[in-house]
Design a protein around this ligand. Structure first.
Ligand SMILES: *[C@@H]1O[C@H](CO)[C@@H](O)[C@H](O)[C@H]1NC(C)=O
Ligand SMILES: *[C@@H]1O[C@H](CO)[C@@H](O)[C@H](O)[C@H]1NC(C)=O
Ligand SMILES: *[C@@H]1O[C@H](CO)[C@@H](O)[C@H](O)[C@H]1NC(C)=O
Length: 359
């Protein structure tokens, strides 16, 4: 575990990034590894961000399949959300405002007039505490963050925790919880890793095969805000009910996939989770199965990646990675027909994800 005293640079250069009223006396930013055999995952407490995921391919060659940066520093001003936990409310909130119990809340707009991924200083841009790290048969690490009433405009104090755990051979689970402490608040956390099963530096993911267990999606306007409709994927490029190559119909969309799917209701059969998606890469032979307990998944093909200098100097471009961000529906706070994301005081939000890799 490498500890970098980043706090010092904040004093010098990035004053606005740290709210000293809530910063614990000494908060270090470090890189933490959880590892089992030749499967290893590195995570920093800056944004509880996954920095690398390393595993073999069918020929035994190791590769890092998560896009990102060599050190923690570039994550500070990063706008891609590589590997981060995003919140308090992931995705977009139209007009950066919502009403709850008759009161209007004005949020920090950071995507034109909308809020994206919790604002300028969402959970991906704060220092989390390392609560516990354990090696052993099922290595894990737990990060916590105490969000305060009014942070980025959201109501109430919120106690947030994220655990990354290796639960089996080439299996990574992510558990996110958030307890509302004194006021009702929307909560919608998401894990924002960009995956490239052939290796983070191997070009685009368009030849990957994707299967998504979702018969419906929530269409959006030109600002990527849901219209409120829930449409069938049938006869559209959004249909991945059977496995399709990601690139096979991407030309029919303006910039690529960046859309929320409504996951089909099935009998949950893995610790309350249902199968969400399968991705296969033929070049490396790697595949990834994703399970979750969430109602939706945002499928994003890295459309906005452009000239991002990443690990080893590799320059990421459009479609060099894909995100499968399980979550509630975008802008739910402004769409009464979408599943509610309101968590009442004393109640706990819980989001489970399980990634099963094979090769
Ligand atoms: C992961 O973190 C460990 C401990 O900080 C470090 O030794 C290792 O080099 C890191 N691996 C990668 C791929 O960054
Ligand atoms: C982040 O951006 C700010 C404002 O442009 C700049 O002052 C700061 O040096 C940047 N920090 C890093 C670590 O690049
Ligand atoms: C992947 O490889 C298998 C067997 O080698 C082949 O049947 C399949 O069509 C390939 N899929 C794609 C999307 O290229």
């Amino acid at each position: 575990m490498a500890k970098i005293p980043l706090l010092f640079c904040f004093f010098l250069s990035s004053f606005a990034l740290v709210d000293f009223s809530t910063a614990a006396p000494k908060k270090f930013v470090g890189v933490y590894e959880i590892k089992k055999g030749d499967f290893s995952v590195n995570i920093t407490n800056w944004g509880a961000t996954v920095i690398s995921v390393i595993l073999p391919d069918s020929k035994g060659h190791l590769a890092d399949i998560a896009l990102g940066f060599d050190s923690v520093i570039p994550y500070i001003n990063d706008t891609t959300y590589f590997g981060a936990i995003v919140g308090r409310v992931a995705n977009r909130i139209a007009g950066a405002r919502f009403k709850l119990n008759g009161k209007e809340y004005k949020l920090v707009a950071n995507d034109g007039k909308n809020m994206l991924h919790g604002g300028h200083r969402g959970f991906s841009k704060v220092i989390w505490s390392v609560k516990e790290q354990k090696a052993g048969k099922f290595p894990y690490i737990t990060f916590t963050y105490r969000s305060f009433d009014g942070e980025q405009g959201f109501p109430g104090n919120l106690a947030v925790a994220v655990t990354y755990k290796i639960t089996g051979d080439y299996e990574l689970s992510v558990t996110m919880t958030a307890k509302a402490l004194n006021k009702p608040t929307p909560v919608n956390l998401a894990q924002h890793t960009y995956w490239n099963l052939a290796g983070h530096n191997s070009g685009d993911i368009l030849s990957n095969t994707l299967q998504l267990f979702a018969s419906h999606y929530t269409p959006v306007d030109s600002g990527l805000i849901p219209t409120g409709k829930i449409l069938s994927v049938e006869q559209t490029p959004y249909d991945f009910l059977r496995p399709y190559k990601i690139g096979s119909r991407i030309d029919k969309l303006p910039t690529g996939y960046d859309i929320n799917y409504v996951l089909d209701v099935s009998h949950p059969d893995h610790h309350g989770m249902k199968k969400t998606a399968m991705v296969k890469d033929n070049k490396s032979g790697r595949s990834m199965e994703l399970w979750s307990n969430q109602p939706g998944v945002q499928f994003y093909t890295g459309n906005f990646l452009k000239d991002v200098v990443g690990k080893g100097g590799y320059v990421y471009g459009p479609h060099d990675g894909l995100c499968l961000e399980t979550q509630g529906f975008p802008d739910s706070v402004n769409h009464p027909n979408f599943p509610s994301q309101i968590v009442n005081p004393g109640k706990v939000y819980r989001h489970d994800m399980l990634f099963k890799f094979s090769f």
